[in-house]
Design a protein around this ligand. Structure first.
Ligand SMILES: [Zn+2]
Length: 424
């Protein structure tokens, strides 16, 4: 706790942060109170009890989401809060914020966050290495042009950059992901299945002690402004519901469109994936949808550019190996002399080829076949969009249209998984 008797109180003039009604209390060294220092970094996972009946948590856990998409790699960004707040040292969530504060006030607008000497700075005023902005009485934090429930944790890195993370109740997190990841026009049963998958993935990562990202490295999370009344109803109607396998939550991957058959996580992510995401199942729900079939022309000069400098002119590409679902594992790239110049795995090739291209020119999945086109081009005919593991979103909507409820949707894409309530 902050000990006012042992610290030198410094009331920074209001103009110091350029804020209204702020007072700042710091100790003379601008050091961090000892208990808060012990909380540095990401707090450990919540206590869990696993029994024969599965997973039981005392309540919705807090998840930590690194705001990579919102902040990117910028050295400085703005934050604020639209009501009462406190600033506390260490990484805190709302339930763990205590009463200690190094500063407090009512309303912060466009405060510039930076870092210097391993400390977070707000409008140039240095604090400790880790600082949490705790909104109070219904206020919400702002980062750039996005608003978030929960607290905002700022941490200075060694490289002079500062990272921003949102610590938020998992139910509120799910509400901020749902319509960032699935179209609002989809059926309610598809939305419910998606909410369970998002919650399951978030809990699996959190119980491993991991931090989520707000971009496609985890699940796209855009905070309060992505919530809608309908989305909140969907989340509430599935509150606490997660999928488990052998009593444990697992990363319940999902993707846009499988193209007819999902892929096995063991082929995509490695041999240790749990059974419900390792099945390759017939979808039947995404036929005829936007990305179920696609065709792209890979121009010879674009392929050549990929290998420019390392190899001679590129002649073309052909599929070398596929997995049992038909998705490409590796390709063979030959130059004009017919020599094999590279055997890239499909994901690397797709990432390299797609960089900087719009969707309608990109290879949308690893499920494609190649044939020579005219003028040195290669034609790719493909199916689906995304890695193909777990729930197929367009398929879920298709099944829901035919009357499937969310439990049936989940049972289709995560066969063998159990749907259970992890907390009330
Ligand atoms: Zn599908």
């Amino acid at each position: 706790m902050f000990d006012p008797d042992r610290a030198t109180r410094v009331l920074v003039p209001l103009a110091g942060l350029g804020l209204a009604t702020v007072f700042l209390i710091v100790d003379a060294e601008l050091g961090e109170p000892a208990p808060a220092a012990a909380r540095e970094g990401v707090p450990g996972p919540p206590a869990t009890v696993e029994s024969d009946h599965g997973l039981h948590l005392p309540g919705p856990p807090t998840v930590t989401v690194r705001l990579v998409g919102a902040v990117g790699r910028r050295a400085r960004f703005s934050c604020g809060v639209d009501g009462p707040y406190r600033l506390v040292h260490g990484a805190r969530d709302a339930s763990d914020a205590g009463r200690d504060a190094v500063a407090a006030g009512d309303g912060l607008a466009d405060v510039t966050v930076g870092a210097t000497g391993g400390r977070v700075t707000l409008n140039g005023v240095p604090f400790g290495r880790t600082l949490t902005l705790v909104p109070e009485r219904g206020a919400v934090v702002e980062v750039g042009d996005r608003r978030y429930r929960g607290t905002l944790v700022l941490e200075a890195g060694e490289d002079g950059r500062v990272t921003a993370s949102n610590r938020v109740d998992v139910e509120e997190y799910v509400a901020g992901v749902l319509f960032a990841e699935m179209p609002e026009r989809f059926d309610t049963a598809a939305h419910r299945a998606q909410a369970v998958a998002v919650r399951t993935y978030a809990l699996a990562r959190t119980l491993e002690g991991k931090t989520l990202r707000d971009d496609q490295g985890s699940q796209v999370y855009q905070g309060l402004d992505r919530e809608t009344e309908e989305g909140r109803r969907v989340v509430l109607s599935t509150r606490g519901e997660v999928l488990t396998w052998e009593g444990r939550v697992f990363p319940a991957y999902f993707h846009s469109t499988c193209g007819g058959r999902t892929s096995s996580a063991r082929d995509v992510f490695g041999p240790n994936a749990p059974a419900p995401i390792s099945a390759s199942v017939d979808c039947g729900g995404c036929d005829g949808t936007r990305w179920s079939r696609w065709r792209r022309t890979l121009r010879g000069e674009d392929l050549a550019r990929l290998y420019h400098g390392s190899f001679g002119p590129t002649l073309g590409a052909r599929v070398e190996r596929t997995d049992p679902s038909g998705r490409v594992l590796s390709l063979e790239i030959r130059d004009a002399a017919g020599e094999v110049i590279d055997r890239p795995v499909a994901d690397r090739f797709r990432n390299d080829y797609n960089r900087g291209r719009p969707l309608d020119e990109s290879l949308l999945s690893a499920w494609f076949r190649l044939r020579p086109g005219g003028g040195g081009a290669t034609i790719a005919e493909g199916r689906g969009f995304g890695h193909g593991v777990g729930l197929c979103q367009y398929g879920a909507d298709g099944l829901a249209d035919r009357g499937a409820d969310y439990r049936e949707v989940l049972a289709t894409y995560y066969p063998g998984a159990r749907l259970e309530r992890a907390y009330d």
